[in-house]
Design a protein around this ligand. Structure first.
Ligand code: HEM
Length: 284
């Protein structure tokens, strides 16, 4: 209720503010380095943003300024690291748990990609099963179970309910991803949720791990690309299994902003001798 009060209360959380300052200093330095560069066509996010600041310098209502740039860079790192890494952790855990599904993904990858040196994003069109499995990982793990906190800018009605201006909104994404009205087996890992009877990949409108609407995750496409390339490359190269003498998998989640799996050991056993493992550049 009073988030600002945390700054003044003693305790271990004060470390967060110290780290925050270190991070801001690092980004500030990076912006400074960009400004020193010889003018050239903007190549990355910071240089594009700096160009925008210059263009909007006479606009009194412009929000393009260096403080906002720092915050946007922080937002991109915050939004883009833990989410994707956690989804991949779950993907490996589910593959170990469902060995037959792992086998089928590997069969599809072998049959379609053959000896191609690496996976590229376009390949997903020819890999419906692998794609369905990855979607099912995102659906069941629901790593961002509750979307970002939003505030209603105007009074409105939703499904017959009056929502006054200023209402705080917490979108319960997990409720959609596990909704029994939209998924045949909502609590079970089932790639058929994304396959038709002929084995073609099908979209399901309740697949909303990135939320929806104007404030949908801006990293949606990047995340899909990263997940597909990493997952397909890993499964092509390794067989994942529990180590000998293991007590078995732990499938309960730990809440740490995202829903994370418990720390546990999984073995990656090399399965191909010759092919290289990186994604092909032209596919990015
Ligand atoms: C599996 C990966 C990811 C998932 C599941 C995910 C999910 C989400 C969700 C549910 C939101 C809240 C949307 C809303 O409020 O309606 C969000 C916001 C956001 N995401 Fe992602 N995300 C992922 C990857 C990424 C990546 C790779 C980036 C950037 C590199 C990114 C950057 C952001 C940012 C900056 C926001 C805040 C946007 C705003 O405030 O309008 N995310 N994400």
């Amino acid at each position: 209720m009073f988030p600002w009060a945390l700054r003044y209360l003693p305790g271990p959380h004060q470390e967060i503010f110290r780290y925050q300052e270190v991070l801001r200093g690092f980004i500030r330095h990076e912006i400074f380095r960009h400004k020193l560069r010889i003018p050239e066509a903007p190549k990355d996010f910071i240089s594009c943003y700096l160009t925008q600041i210059t263009k909007a310098v006479d606009d009194p209502v412009s929000t393009f300024n260096e403080e906002n740039l720092i915050q946007v860079v922080i937002d991109l790192f915050l939004g883009g690291t833990d989410t994707t890494a956690t989804t991949l952790h779950w993907a490996l855990i589910y593959m170990v748990q469902h060995r037959a599904i792992q086998d089928r993904v590997q069969q599809e990858l072998d049959a379609v990609l053959g000896t191609a040196p690496a996976v590229c994003y376009e390949d997903r069109e020819r890999l419906p099963y692998t794609r369905a499995v990855l979607h099912e990982v995102q659906r069941l793990s629901s790593v961002v179970a509750v979307g970002a906190v939003r505030q209603c800018v105007t009074s409105t009605h939703v499904c017959g309910y009056y929502v006054p201006k200023g209402t705080i909104i917490l979108p319960n994404l997990a409720s959609v991803l596990h909704d029994p009205e939209h998924w045949e087996t909502p609590r079970q890992f089932n790639p058929s949720h994304f396959l038709d009877k002929d084995g073609n990949f099908v979209v399901n409108e309740a697949f909303l791990p990135f939320s929806a609407g104007h404030r949908v995750c801006p990293g949606d496409q990047l995340a899909r690309m990263e997940l597909f390339l990493m997952f397909a490359t890993l499964l092509r190269t390794f067989r994942f299994q529990v180590p000998e003498g293991s007590q078995g998998l732990r499938l309960e989640y730990v809440f740490g902003g995202t829903l994370q799996p418990e720390p546990q050991e999984i073995c990656a056993v090399p399965r191909l001798k010759s092919s290289s493992s990186g994604p092909r550049e032209e596919g990015l």
